[in-house]
Design a protein around this ligand. Structure first.
Ligand SMILES: Nc1ncnc2c1ncn2[C@@H]1O[C@H](COP(=O)(O)OP(=O)(O)OP(=O)(O)O)[C@@H](O)[C@H]1O
Ligand SMILES: [Mg+2]
Length: 231
């Protein structure tokens, strides 16, 4: 599905990713773990074309992504929920969702499906996004990405700062997408959450994928967590 091969990328003269490779299959949840500043967000931004890959290639279903302008990437079926939310805040909830739908020409039935997942947004369609609570904004960011009907979904710490009931809503949404054969890359600090839903785990260290493992292996070898994320 997604194949990232030997990527170098960074900001100005600062190289962050170094020869980074990873893959994710349809219906698979790949979790990225790593210390603050390891390069996890930069990986997602590079896939989205928001940060340019200087070397290597990124392919979605065999087609090059890394040569496309950033606005083309969501149209190929990649939903992105950035770290710390980024919404069109002057706009209403409904308008934000409309942008998601328009990106891939999805109809009203997709909106209905998404609003069924997040009923709280249905009650707030006319509310300006900036007046939503933090947790509601995170729901909206997630809902907007789902309005694309993505083949691949990238989530960057989607549960940061959320209460348990919101966390389980987002977790259920991720699992429902997996059932629908969506490929998922999840950056998450909460190790217990990763262990529950990941198919595979990649530790990112200094802009490289340092180790690939499984939740089962992590359960039995806690030393790995200590070594790569210091917990
Ligand atoms: N716009 C930018 N300009 C310059 N350097 C940046 C920029 N964004 C990130 N960096 C640097 O790139 C490195 C990797 O950052 P990145 O945000 O990818 O880390 P992360 O693994 O997502 O960390 P966290 O867990 O704290 O979110 C850091 O050293 C960071 O300071
Ligand atoms: Mg980050």
């Amino acid at each position: 599905m997604l194949d990232v091969q030997g990527i170098d990328s960074g900001y100005g003269n600062v190289q962050v990713l170094k020869d980074l490779s990873l893959r994710v299959q349809a219906g698979e949840i790949l979790c990225l773990l790593g210390r603050n500043g390891a390069g996890k967000t930069t990986i997602l931004k590079t896939i989205m074309g928001l940060v340019r890959a200087q070397k290597g290639n990124i392919r979605l279903e065999g087609k090059d992504l890394h040569l496309l302008p950033a606005y083309e990437v969501p149209r190929r079926g990649i939903g992105y929920i950035p770290q710390g939310r980024r919404l069109f805040t002057e706009m209403t909830v409904a308008e934000n969702l409309q942008i998601g739908l328009m990106t891939r020409n999805q109809g009203p039935e997709v909106l209905e499906e998404v609003l069924d997942m997040f009923p709280r947004l249905r009650e707030r369609l006319d509310q300006r996004a900036e007046t939503l609570s933090g947790g509601e904004q995170q729901m909206l960011a997630t809902a907007r990405a789902l309005c694309l009907k993505p083949k691949l979904l990238l989530l960057d710490e989607p549960t940061e700062g959320l209460q348990p009931s919101m966390i389980s809503l987002i977790r259920n949404a991720v699992l429902a997408l997996k059932q629908q054969n969506v490929a998922i890359i999840l950056v998450e600090q909460r190790v217990e959450a990763v262990l529950e839903i990941a198919d595979r785990v990649v530790f990112v260290e200094n802009g490289r994928s340092a180790l690939e493992t499984t939740p089962e292996a992590l359960q039995t070898d806690k030393e790995l967590l200590h070594r790569y994320i210091g917990v």
